[in-house]
Design a protein around this ligand. Structure first.
Ligand SMILES: [Zn+2]
Length: 196
């Protein structure tokens, strides 16, 4: 039996490719850069098949504290997992981070399904009723709430007029169509299991 600390495996090789589902990874990249920013993206890319904080630090040139906060953020979405190993000499833990592609896909698609549902709701509410707003655009009301206010804006007291929201609804429709296309391309990916 061997004694002493177990030699650390260097799991990240320069030739390690990013995992399967390349088109999904593009969506994931887009989401991470929108929600965490470019630094989040570079951390996500350097995690790959397994990387310690130090390896990520080397490849991203970011500060460890910043890297950890980004990793926690990615972990909260369920995109990355970690394993930890105790260093027998100094008692510190080494964290090795890894992309959990399957769970990332499930969680990401679940968020997008919710977003799509919300947009569909907006569309169906705004499509079948006139929308009223003041000329400053402080708030938007459907007919009943506008009537309750006697067609006066709560904020600026100007009159509420029916507005032309066709352009905006068009934008919502386009967004829904894009989401639906993406969701149907990944229809085979099931929803997250409870507790994930
Ligand atoms: Zn107003």
């Amino acid at each position: 039996m061997r004694r002493g600390p177990i030699p650390k495996k260097t799991r990240k090789s320069p030739t390690s490719k990013r995992p399967k589902a390349p088109d999904f990874l593009l969506h994931l990249d887009e989401f991470v850069s929108e929600s965490i920013g470019e630094k989040g993206l570079s951390v996500l890319h350097s995690v790959g098949d397994g990387a310690t904080d130090e390896i990520i630090e080397e490849s991203t040139q970011l500060k460890i504290a910043e890297i950890r906060s980004i990793l926690n953020h990615l972990h909260s979405y369920g995109f990355v997992d970690y394993t930890r190993e105790k260093n027998m000499q100094n008692g510190w833990f080494t964290y090795t981070w890894k992309l959990n592609l399957d769970r990332a896909m499930r969680n990401f698609l679940m968020m997008k399904r919710k977003e799509c549902d919300t947009l569909r709701e907006t569309l169906s509410t705004e499509e079948c009723s006139a929308i009223y707003s003041c000329r400053k655009g402080c708030s938007r009301f459907s007919f009943e709430p506008a009537l309750d206010r006697r067609f006066k804006c709560d904020t600026c007291k100007n009159d509420l007029h029916a507005i032309d929201n066709r352009k905006e609804l068009k934008r919502v429709e386009v967004k829904i169509a894009a989401l639906e296309k993406m969701l149907s391309a990944h229809r085979d990916v099931s929803s997250p299991r409870p507790g994930e």
